[in-house]
Design a binder for this molecule. Structure first.
Ligand SMILES: Nc1ncnc2c1ncn2[C@@H]1O[C@H](COP(=O)(O)OP(=O)(O)O)[C@@H](O)[C@H]1O
Ligand SMILES: [Mg+2]
Length: 304
């Protein structure tokens, strides 16, 4: 691979959300602040949404790493679970023993006892859920019921939901109106702007051990931004492929042509500006046809 060629210890653009590579982008730092503040207030639900690849899982892991000692954490990375399964998963994350051969009522009692016990030890419980858009409708109710448990001053359980924009669509539905009202803090991750993207790419190179001058030329960086549309995961895929191509050519500098070739080889990337031009021509044509149709309508009616 290209590690030795560029003098790096690790792959700089691996897709694993590794918190060692965390770069304090404004949007991500703000999200962390919102999360920490929200946890301190002790309210029910907290929500972080963002498009695919914008860094939700990475933030989720960072939150788990940095969770203050006053909280006991339960983590559900794959919450596509029935209400019963959600209760079991939550109980097992809390370290509750004796979960076999008990019914749902006994399970709920065990959870409640554990929450009270933790509360007496001065600990709040945070249930952190990634991919929350995959939670089945009926399971949201199980989550809401957890947050019903409270002392006079605070909830015994707080739930942090990380999810794609579909989560917002689900929450807008009448079925989830009760839960929606419990969301006291929310944050929407945005994609990176061009300056942030440039800094992001450089940061990942440095974290991987690269020490030389800029590997990516200014035109290459512009192209990374354009093809990734500011989405970190797409940028990672493109940069990784571009580094491989550059290495394959025995070169030491990644140029625009490497990025374009990498982007053309990547799913989910708008391939070339020519496609955009055709889309524009097509939509202008459609608008013209619509305008002519509207303009002709009264004459046609008159003719009838
Ligand atoms: N602030 C950041 N610093 C470093 N890497 C990031 C950052 N945000 C996103 N990434 C990287 O982008 C990729 C996609 O992030 P991920 O958390 O998997 O996105 P999501 O869960 O929203 O689909 C991962 O490789 C992740 O490490
Ligand atoms: Mg994710």
């Amino acid at each position: 691979m290209y590690l030795y060629h560029f003098g790096m210890r690790e792959l700089p653009f691996s897709l694993t959300p590794n918190t060692n590579f965390y770069f304090g982008l404004p949007s991500h730092n703000e999200a962390m602040q919102v999360l920490m503040t929200a946890l301190k207030t002790g309210e029910g639900f907290i929500k972080v949404t963002g498009e695919v690849g914008t860094g939700k899982t990475l933030l989720c892991r960072k939150l788990l790493n940095e969770m203050p000692d006053a909280f006991e954490v339960a983590y559900l990375p794959n919450p596509c679970l029935s209400p019963e399964e959600i209760r079991y998963a939550f109980a097992s994350e809390l370290g509750i023993k004796g979960l076999t051969r008990i019914n749902q009522q006994q399970l709920s009692q065990k959870i409640q006892l554990k929450l009270v016990e933790l509360n007496q030890q001065g600990k709040g419980v945070v249930l952190v859920i990634d991919e929350a858009q995959t939670i089945p409708w009926e399971s949201f109710e199980a989550l809401r019921l957890f947050t019903n448990l409270e002392t006079e001053s605070r909830k015994l359980v707080q739930v942090v939901l990380f999810g794609q924009p579909e989560l917002d669509e689900m929450l807008a539905s009448e079925r989830l109106r009760q839960l929606r009202q419990r969301i006291t803090f929310s944050y929407k991750l945005r994609s990176l702007n061009i300056d942030e993207m440039n800094a992001y790419v450089k940061h990942r190179m440095v974290m991987a051990g690269y020490q030389g001058a800029n590997v990516f030329t200014p035109n290459a960086l512009k192209a990374v931004f354009k093809y990734s549309t500011g989405v970190p995961r797409l940028a990672n895929i493109i940069c990784h492929k571009a580094l491989m191509l550059t290495y394959g050519e025995g070169d030491h500098s990644v140029d625009k042509k490497h990025i374009v070739a990498a982007a053309n080889d990547t799913d989910g990337v708008i391939k070339s500006s020519r496609r955009n031009v055709w889309l524009l021509v097509f939509s202008v044509l459609l608008s013209c046809i619509a305008a002519v149709a509207i303009w002709q309508a009264p004459y046609l009616q008159g003719a009838n």
